[in-house]
Ligand binder design. Structure first.
Ligand code: HEM
Length: 467
């Protein structure tokens, strides 16, 4: 899998009990104190995709912390599925816990299965069909307001739609627009520059610097807003929302629930389900704007599948190309681009001894953009996800939703919502990128999204069957 690169320390070792000999190495270019923060900030995809040249498990430095990045799909898979040995922890999750407490996404292995069982019924297929009615309304509300020729600042617009969809499926419609906007701003502060503060020495986080103060204010705002939202939702007394499903699961399993736990559940789902959906949609529209042929295929599929102007949940089986476009988008631009794990006991990976407490970085880039795994890895090719072409891929080749017991609980929710939105847009609009786009990612943000992307939407003519 690797070629030798001068300047990189690399040891070739065979891992006992593993069928393939894996190699380990060290990424060159780490600077004192800041380590590899600069390349991670400037072009994280290129830096992380360059790592397989140095080994299957590659050591990098995040500030002063040494971390190991699995670059081989099999190693990535092992780390993702063995969540007892490679548990959630490290600087990334320490930081998410400040916001989401001990929710399902942040809790340690010993509490995870209990929490996951409580949340799972809220994501059952029968619930998703009900949430889909709200998705439809939000997509119709957004696209219905667009004129014949309209330009949109893609990310904020789609983020607003994704967050409103979540608040409505979670809490029914009782939450007012100001509260939703306050939550959106708090997440924006917490997740923009998310990794920045992690790389700085711990004591600097307590200094009264503007960034620290903004971060603290955003956390305080969330802690104040969420109980209000929960109270409103309880009053709404709607058994179709996500909170109701969660409370019912607590009751069924005879597990009492306190306000702190509810807070953690709610913040977790809101945080995990809004930026990810907005980023996936933004990148997919960008890719389609750059590939007129793919856009035409998507439009043709939407024309054939949709009975009206807005896609429904029932249309999803008839939108296979749309789904492939989304999967390919997440391969190239995974919204969840960097997570951490910590080893809970001494272990060995790729023949390298890792003492308990070692940080592992999980990132899809080294595998998703590796030409030895994905031919022509840099190009947008939705058909690589045709079943016959995807079948030979090794496990761990696609990690856009994670894997194992900690795999994304909202994958069907998110993919369904994105497919409905994309097909609805394709049915009515031609999409082109406006000049001046800056598709470099927001530096060190919690989710991978472009800095600036304005899209020109032009209504398709009546020939396509819609007025
Ligand atoms: C296309 C959109 C999405 C992407 C790309 C995505 C990606 C991911 C990834 C990579 C993980 C694993 C993180 C890790 O292993 O550390 C994850 C976990 C999670 N996601 Fe998503 N997600 C998406 C949509 C959603 C939505 C819509 C929701 C909720 C409505 C959601 C809720 C969660 C939760 C609760 C977890 C933690 C699961 C656990 O630890 O058991 N996600 N997501």
């Amino acid at each position: 899998m690797n070629s030798s690169v001068p300047g990189a320390a690399k040891t070739s070792t065979s891992n006992s009990g593993e069928s393939a000999p894996f190699t380990s190495g060290t990424a060159p270019g780490g600077r004192p104190v800041i380590g590899h923060v600069l390349p991670l900030m400037r072009d994280p995809a290129a830096f992380l995709a360059s790592l397989p040249a140095f080994g299957d498990l590659v050591e990098i430095r995040l500030g002063t912390t040494r971390a190991h990045v699995p670059c081989h799909p099999e190693l990535l898979w092992q780390v993702m599925v063995d969540d007892r040995l490679f548990d959630k922890g490290g600087k990334y999750y320490d930081r998410v816990r400040e916001m989401a407490g001990n929710g399902v996404a942040t809790c340690m292995h010993d509490d995870h299965r209990r929490q996951r069982r409580l949340l799972q019924p809220a994501f059952h297929a029968s619930r998703l069909i009900r949430y889909a009615q709200i998705m439809e309304q939000e997509i119709a509300g957004l696209t219905g307001a667009w004129s014949r020729a309209q330009s949109i600042d893609a990310y904020p617009v789609l983020y607003g739609m994704a967050l409103r969809t979540l608040t409505r499926t979670l809490f029914s419609s009782q939450v007012d627009a100001d509260t939703v906007e306050g939550i959106r701003r708090s997440f924006d502060t917490v997740f923009g520059g998310f990794f920045q503060q992690m790389f700085l020495p711990r004591f600097t986080r307590r200094l009264p610097l503007p960034g620290n103060l903004r971060h603290q204010r955003a956390l305080r705002h969330l802690r104040a807003a969420v109980p209000q939202v929960i109270a409103d939702s309880r009053e709404a007394d709607d058994d179709g929302n996500l909170l109701a499903a969660l409370l019912a699961a607590h009751a069924d399993q005879d597990v009492p629930v306190d306000d702190a736990q509810l807070h953690d559940h709610v913040v977790t789902v809101l945080a995990a389900g809004s930026e990810t959906v907005a980023a996936t949609l933004t990148w997919s529209l960008y890719l389609l704007a750059s590939d007129p042929q793919a856009q035409e295929r998507l439009q043709a599929e939407a024309d054939a599948a949709l009975a009206g102007p807005v896609a429904t949940w029932d249309n999803l089986p008839d939108l296979p190309f749309t789904r492939r476009v989304l999967t390919e988008t997440i391969r190239l631009y995974p919204p969840g681009w960097m997570f951490s794990r910590v080893t809970t006991s001494d272990t060995e990976l790729a023949g390298k001894r890792l003492p308990a407490g070692t940080t592992i970085v999980i990132t899809p880039f080294p595998v998703h953009r590796n030409p030895e795994i994905f031919r022509d890895a840099g190009s947008f090719d939705p058909d690589r996800w045709l079943p016959e072409r995807a079948a030979p891929l090794p496990r761990g080749a696609f990690s856009g939703f994670g894997a194992g017991a900690r795999k994304c609980i909202g994958d069907d929710f998110g993919m369904g919502e994105c497919a409905m939105a994309l097909a609805t847009i394709a049915r009515r609009w031609d999409v082109r990128a406006q000049p001046g786009a800056d598709t470099r990612p927001v530096p060190l943000a919690g989710f991978y999204r472009p800095r600036r992307l304005s899209l020109q939407l032009t209504r398709r003519g009546p020939a396509e069957g819609l007025a």
